[in-house]
Design a protein around this ligand. Structure first.
Ligand code: 8DG
Length: 135
């Protein structure tokens, strides 16, 4: 049976833009764009995982504002459930530890990037959330 992983990921908002991160050549799914985050460890809470991963990967703290519905995807060699959270950054400076690049983009530009396939349903989910949000 193929491996199944649970991954927490952060949709980080700032001034109407969202942070997209590009995986490096040496990572799995090389050069694909994603929301920063990572695998949830056994018995770890998804929010704790996200805070830990953001500190490890980008050296920043986050505020978590909303949880979107998890969405699942099957890659050829593993299955993934993504647990997306809408976040903002705590004060601090981003340092790229493992990603090749980051970009702040407007939601309407998100479709132009070459996202990891599992992120398709996450993007749809986020657009639905934006459509319903009152702020
Ligand atoms: N963080 C994150 N990972 C994603 C997204 N979409 C997506 O398919 N993934 C995949 C990429 C990885 O296979 C996995 C995340 O685990 P990870 O960030 O710990 O990946 P990794 O490269 O260290 O994994 P590995 O190759 O060492 O097993 O989920 C996303 O939006 N954010």
């Amino acid at each position: 049976m193929n491996k199944k992983i649970d991954v927490a990921c952060a949709i980080i908002e700032k001034d109407g833009m969202v942070l997209a991160a590009q995986r490096s050549e040496s990572m799995s799914l090389p050069l694909k764009w994603e929301f920063p985050g990572g695998k949830i460890e056994p018995r770890e809470d998804a929010r704790d995982c996200l805070e830990r991963e953001l500190m490890e990967e980008l050296g920043v703290g986050i505020h978590i504002h909303a949880a979107l519905s998890p969405s699942s995807w099957r890659y050829p060699d593993f299955a993934i459930t993504l647990h997306p959270f809408v976040c903002t950054l705590k004060p601090g400076t981003i340092h790229l530890v493992e990603h090749k690049a980051i970009r702040w983009i407007r939601p309407e530009e998100m479709g132009r990037l070459d996202w990891a396939e599992a992120d398709g349903p996450v993007l749809e989910n986020y657009f639905r959330y934006l459509g319903q949000r009152v702020d």
